[in-house]
Ligand binder design. Structure first.
Ligand SMILES: [Cu+2]
Length: 136
């Protein structure tokens, strides 16, 4: 009787451990790796100390994949209002998927110190017509 209970407890613990092993934090989010269908993909190239393009326009409600590459040193690209925070290193692009559900103009900025011009490494994300709160 006691040993069969021990077996059941052991099996239950094994199941829990197996479930934990396969659980990935944030797996319900947006990997940005091409597995999520999007309306458009925007590729941005970073270098000291600019983005190309430095202004990105997307339509309100569009699902967008942002891909960041760098031509020189490591750079970041963050848009605080959309929770975007990418870091690309040479030869290793970074990407994120977001839904442009909030109209307005949002600053894009570099989050990796990339040299003396780092504070000026900026861009702009424009969603909709760029007027905050207005529908296009
Ligand atoms: Cu930079």
């Amino acid at each position: 009787m006691k040993s069969s209970r021990l077996i059941i407890v052991t099996l239950a613990l094994t199941a829990v451990l197996a479930a934990l092993a396969f659980w990935r934090p944030g797996s319900g989010g947006d990997p940005g790796d091409g597995s999520v269908p999007v309306d458009r993909t925007i590729e941005i190239t970073a270098r000291q100390f600019s983005y190309t393009p430095d202004t990105v326009r997307v339509g309100l409600g569009e699902r967008v994949r942002l891909v960041l590459r760098t031509e020189d040193v490591a750079h970041g690209l963050a848009v605080r209002e959309y929770g975007i925070n990418l870091v690309a290193t040479r030869g290793d692009a970074a990407s994120a998927v977001f839904t442009a559900d909030r109209p307005g103009r949002f600053p894009m900025y570099c989050t990796v110190y990339c040299g003396t011009g780092h504070p000026e490494h900026l861009g702009t994300l424009i969603v909709g017509d760029g007027e905050d709160g207005e529908q296009p």
